[in-house]
Structures are given as C-alpha cells and as structure tokens.
Design a protein around this ligand. Structure first.
Ligand code: ZN
Length: 166
C-alpha cells in the first residue's frame, strides 16, 4: 500500500521553489494590465500574449481557487502565463509541492465522496488545460508535466482513500 510507483522523469523539477502559490488569482491579476472587475470572481484585462488593444482576456476564479484564463482571440493558457512570467502550475493553488512532498499523504479524515469527486473534477480540469496546451503546440514546461503526474497521483490517492482497487 505504501510503495510509490516510480515515475520516470517526474519528481525533481520544481522541488525548491520558495514562491507560495496560495492565491493564483492575485498572482495573475498583479501582472496584468487594465484589469477590470466584471463581477464576483471575474475580471477582464489586456491579453499579454498578443498585441491587445481592448481587453480580450477574461479571468475567472474557480471555486477551488484556480485561475481560469480565456483570451477571446484564441491565445493559449500556456502562452498567456509565460508572457506573464508564470507557469501553468501557477494557476492552481497549493500545487507547487513536489510529487515527493505530496507523497501518499492521507486524504482528509473520514472519506467523503463529494470531496473526492470534487477533487477528481479539479484534477480533470487541470489535465484538460495542460493537454489542450500541448495539443495547440504550446511550449509546455516541466512544471506542467509534473502537475499532470500529480493529478494522476491525487486521483490514485482518492481511490486508495475509498478503499483501493479490489
Ligand atoms: Zn490573446
């Protein structure tokens, strides 16, 4: 039960960063220009990834604290974050721990299906964002690939917490 599967290529890339990632939305908003609030948890701003004259980037804070970015002219999330000096992993809260630190830490107390499904849905969103960046041919950094491995690991954790595979 406790043994970690080995994952070639994953696990060392970003272990040492001291940057905290508690508030992805702030990190993103601080770096953007002409930020305007358009409602609770929603903003528009100039897209840093193309020559934007009127704000065409919409920013949304998801319930779980993820920063969701959408440029209406079609810039990819990876292009946008790299134009901001960030990485895709910076869009997700508390995700800068390395895979090793994450390890097989038990999930929160008694098993809660809603909690687990919410977590899996979050991981699926993360995976979709990263995969769609890859699909677009965006430059995907090692952090993003690490994050993808972490998504798999968290889903495994949820399964384990639910009693594991029979
Ligand atoms: Zn754009």
């Amino acid at each position: 039960m406790q043994t970690q599967k080995s994952r070639p290529g994953a696990g060392t890339a970003s272990a040492t960063t001291s940057r905290s990632n508690d508030n992805p939305i702030d990190a993103v908003l601080h770096r953007l220009e002409k930020v305007k609030s358009t409602g609770p948890g929603k903003w528009i701003a100039l897209c840093p990834a193309h020559d934007d004259k009127r704000p065409s980037l919409s920013i949304k804070e998801a319930e779980d604290g993820c920063a969701l970015l959408k440029c209406w002219t079609g810039c990819g999330a990876a292009e946008i974050v790299s134009a901001l000096g960030l990485s895709l992993a910076d869009l997700f809260p508390g995700d800068r721990r390395s895979l090793h630190q994450h390890g097989t830490a038990p999930m929160r107390r008694p098993f809660d299906y809603r909690d687990a499904l919410q977590g899996i849905s979050h991981e699926a969103t993360v995976a979709r964002l990263i995969v769609s960046a890859i699909n677009r041919g965006d430059d995907v950094d090692a952090d993003a690939l690490d994050r993808l491995a972490l998504a798999e690991e968290r889903i495994d954790d949820a399964l384990r917490a639910a009693g594991g595979v029979q």
